[in-house]
Design a protein. Structure first.
Length: 237
């Protein structure tokens, strides 16, 4: 039997995740930031697909980049759902990459828009969410790419630790808010248009997409679903 996509369960889980995020002790997060002591050494590794699969954009960041380089955004590649007619749906946009897998804004190893870089770029490598590690154990993760780039054990003063902790939590909350609004809108769209999500359809179309087939993707932005036709070549795969 096909598996029915349960939007309400996903929404409830995301809302619970947001509540847990907002309750996470600030002092504990600050202590972790201080202990790690991360300092950027401008290696540029975090701006490549080798270290980060893609740069997901919050809606405000999508609006920003569209104001000066509209072609820099593509539908985020981790499609969230697919209806029985073969249309994919995703919760937002991502930055396009160059053929070598580096960010479109990375020039000579430096960010060419550093003074207006996006929310995820401002807080990286800090994070504050629950995810599984390589063994499958789910727990809070506060730092990404540990020991893969940058410098560590650098002294960070108390005010800076507080700023980092609060900006990171704000980013994670905004990310979850966007995910919740997307799933609510998708639930309402499916109910209104008689659509349904069947996992087998998703899997078959993703197989074709990975082989080079063009697919239709509707991207959630500003409360609407924007249609696109995409192929894997757009992502440099």
């Amino acid at each position: 039997m096909p598996v029915t996509f349960t939007f309400d369960e996903e929404i409830a889980a995301l809302e619970a995740e947001r509540e847990n995020l907002l309750r996470f002790p600030e002092d504990e997060f600050i202590a972790i930031i201080r202990e790690v002591g991360f300092s950027c050494d401008c290696c540029g590794r975090c701006c490549t697909r080798e270290f980060n699969g893609h740069v997901f954009l919050l809606e405000e960041d999508t609006n920003s980049v569209r104001s000066f380089l509209p072609d820099a955004v593509v539908p985020a590649p981790d499609f969230d759902a697919c209806d029985q007619q073969g249309t994919f749906y995703v919760s937002g946009y991502a930055l396009r990459t160059k053929p070598d897998g580096s960010c479109i804004f990375l020039e000579d190893g430096r960010c060419s828009i550093y003074d207006r870089r996006f929310a995820i770029c401002q807080v990286y490598p800090y994070m504050l969410h629950r995810e599984a590690d390589e063994t499958g154990a789910v727990d809070w993760r506060q730092i990404g790419g540990l020991n893969e780039h940058g410098c560590y054990n650098t002294p960070i003063d108390d005010a800076e630790c507080v700023r980092i902790a609060r900006e990171t939590r704000a980013y994670e909350a905004a990310f979850l808010d966007q995910a919740i609004r997307f799933r609510r809108a998708l639930r309402d769209l499916f109910a209104r248009e008689g659509l349904r999500y069947v996992r087998r359809t998703y899997d078959l179309l993703m197989r074709d997409f990975r082989k080079g087939a063009e697919v239709e993707v509707r991207v959630f932005h500003r409360g609407q679903f924007e249609p696109h036709r995409v192929t894997r070549d757009m992502y440099g795969w």
